[in-house]
Design a protein around this ligand. Sequence first.
Ligand code: PGA
Length: 257
Amino acid sequence: MNRRYRKTIIAGNWKMHKTPSETRQLIDELKPLISKAKWCEVVLCVPYVDIPIALRALKDSPRIAVGAQNMHHEESGAYTGDVSAAMLKDLGVKYVIIGHSERRAYYHETDTLVSRKVHLALRAGLRPIVCVGETLEQRDQGVTLDLITVQVKAALSGVPVEKLRQIVFAYEPIWAIGTGRTATVEQAGEVGASIRATIRKMYGARAARSVTIQYGGSMTASNAHDLLAQLDVDGGLVGGASLKASSFAAIVQAANQ
Ligand code: PGA
């Protein structure tokens, strides 16, 4: 990470875990443990139904923001069961995960759809956390950097330079998500640097320096410190380890050192 130019952001991705009452409980446990975290922004990306209770529980903690895990790619309309960017914004949500590999895999979300969502999120005033990453097969074929360049370019297509800082990228190798198998610090650092190089080519060095690039995929208290020591790893998108106050707080602490 490089705090001089960009924010360190640790985001928890709760996925489909925690009921509203469990949300209250987890946040109450978490708050005192991370109250001293001055150097990084903390985000809790919770299920839609947990958003109101999370916002209420965090009213007195301005440094902990609430995020959603998805949003629809149209502004509004006949999309039964879906949630729009404007709805999230109106509630008080600040971040939204876009293009998580689980959504790409199970709901067939393409780079084109990701791009539409990025535009809508920005227009609504939400900060997109755009997930990119390769499968194990793609890594073995040696196409990781090429593939991620395509994903990054697609997500940024048509995004003006003044909006760039609003976007957070999360490098999440699919083979590392929920598997206990973390990328090596070299792998995380290499892909982070490559994402920044792509942004630099599109927007110039100054703009590229300001973008937060997270790593995600089995990040834990024990590997967070080394991963975050990489210049182009400016935070984490944390799944499993964000579901317990103690393990998530330990990662936030690692980001504060
Ligand atoms: P994990 O999930 O930390 O459980 O691997 C990360 C993610 O999917 O965002």
